[in-house]
Design a protein around this ligand. Structure first.
Ligand SMILES: NC(=O)c1ccc[n+]([C@@H]2O[C@H](COP(=O)([O-])OP(=O)(O)OC[C@H]3O[C@@H](n4cnc5c(N)ncnc54)[C@H](O)[C@@H]3O)[C@@H](O)[C@H]2O)c1
Length: 438
């Protein structure tokens, strides 16, 4: 554990942002950062850029911007690079994703066009609904890892970067459970050399990043770094990791609403969540095995949050169902419906309906920015392994073994801000406040 007021290295030099997958989320993120840098947009949705943090007593009126409080990299120091199975440059990929308007993209064309994805480490067994030609070849999975490392080294050299952060913004891989090859670093490295079938492409990128001392954040629900072998490597190399699955749309709403119902001790008999979306992510999730990975991530939220074992009268029997339907006409503009059947005093039933007409990548892009900046901060603060304080950003937060994740968005926010206060040697805010009445 780091000490309160730990020494944090200054963010000197340029920071490379390595994005695995140049799809809707990545291109919307890059376009947004470029727009902000050119005063064409405000960083809406980003805690690091727009958020403030209260310090000390309420009477002290100290509420600096987060970015002025902790030493974060500047947006002007970010340099983007990444991989995809499609050769399209950043501008073409953003047009395919169909998130941003042609007018907005035209203004950002030169910087987006300059981003040309490196060939990907890809295996169709893990993402069945996609086919692309921009794919690496290698005799073993270790060869592919070495090629990824080479891409990173060249990128660092060419752009004179002092540090990098990697974020998985690639497609959701099929569901599978950790096995022996994932248990220890030794088994894992042996598996890389012998082409073990249970080592997914996302694990190759993560392994390459950690080996190079680069923090890794997992934006999809894939197993990826959630295995002892890569935890071991992160500790050995003293590198932070975090994951998994960006908390946007429906799950964001779930972790806002459910804590409210629980705070009032209102019971729940059912929560039905249905989605329609028509982007490439939706197409990938149309494969039942990729959907299973997403479903696991989405389902665990309510069970953990409502603690039915502690509140059997309120939450032991609720029916929770999550569905995602691929519906091309909607593109990236997802519609998430929630029907919540709840009950109150004397068991009387009530219903709550939420129809969230959201934009998936518009919600995800600021999370990528915050994660890049905070993962880099964690690295410079010498924090290693799972960064649970970044649970705020994830649907399925990684935790220490045998610890249940904290899903409540407001507790996650408090945890994040208290971690920043602790890092900077400030007092924790407990919200006790009795002293104001002495
Ligand atoms: N947008 C959101 O709100 C949100 C929320 C949570 C999680 N996610 C996850 O983030 C990821 C990205 O979402 P998106 O909407 O940008 O999807 P997308 O389909 O637009 O982009 C993903 C890209 O990854 C590429 N890819 C797949 N496997 C790869 C590999 N092995 N190496 C390199 N590239 C690879 C694909 O070709 C594709 O271009 C998905 O896994 C999605 O489930 C998104």
């Amino acid at each position: 554990m780091i000490e309160k007021g730990t020494k944090i290295e200054e963010p000197k030099g340029r920071l490379g942002v390595l994005l695995v997958g140049m799809g809707a989320v990545s291109t919307t993120f890059i376009a947004g950062v470029e727009a902000i840098k050119n005063d064409l947009a405000k960083p809406i949705g980003s805690l690091t850029q727009m958020g403030r943090i209260r310090l000390g007593k309420r009477t002290e009126k100290r509420t600096p911007l987060v970015k002025d409080f902790v030493p974060l990299a500047k947006l002007s120091d970010l340099v983007f690079g990444g991989w995809d199975i499609f050769e399209s440059n950043g501008y073409e990929a953003a047009r395919t994703a169909g998130v941003l308007s042609e007018t907005d993209l035209a203004k950002l064309k030169p910087s987006l066009e300059a981003i040309r994805p490196w060939s990907a480490a890809f295996d169709k067994n893990f993402v069945r609904n996609l086919d692309g030609k921009n794919v690496k070849k290698g005799a073993t999975k270790m060869d592919l890892v070495d090629q990824i490392s080479e891409d990173i080294r060249k990128f660092k050299e060419k752009n004179g970067l002092s540090r990098c952060v990697m974020v998985w913004c690639g497609s959701t891989e099929v569901y599978f459970k950790a096995e022996k090859v994932h248990e220890t670093l030794r088994n894992f490295e042996e598996g890389l050399k012998t082409n073990h079938s249970a080592i997914a492409p996302s694990m190759l990128y993560a392994y390459a990043a950690l080996r190079e001392g680069i923090p890794f954040a997992n934006g999809a629900p894939n197993l990826t770094v959630d295995i002892p072998a890569l935890q071991e490597l992160a500790h050995e190399k003293k590198v932070p990791l975090s994951g998994k699955d960006f908390k946007t749309g429906q799950t964001l709403m779930k972790t806002i609403i459910a804590p409210g119902l629980k705070a009032r001790y209102l019971g729940l008999s059912g929560w039905f969540s249905s989605n329609i979306l028509g982007n490439r992510d939706g197409e990938v999730l149309d494969d039942p095995d990729s959907f299973k990975t997403k479903e696991e991530s989405k389902l665990s939220v309510l069970e953990t949050l409502l603690q039915p074992e502690l509140y059997p009268d309120l939450y032991s029997n609720f029916y929770h169902k999550v569905r995602i339907h691929y519906y091309p006409p909607r593109g990236d503009n997802k519609e998430g419906w929630d029907n919540i059947d709840l009950f109150g005093w004397m068991g009387y039933p009530m219903q709550l309906k939420i129809d969230f007409l959201c934009r998936d990548s518009i919600l995800a892009a600021p999370l990528v920015l915050d994660l890049v900046l905070f993962m880099d901060l964690a690295q410079r603060a010498h924090m290693k392994g799972t960064q649970e304080w970044l649970s705020f950003y994830y649907k399925s937060p990684m935790t220490a073994p045998n610890l249940y994740p904290e899903h409540n968005l407001f507790i996650q926010e408090m945890k994040l801000k208290n971690t920043l206060r602790y890092m900077m040697g400030e007092d924790q805010i407990t919200h006790l406040g009795l002293e104001y009445y002495d």
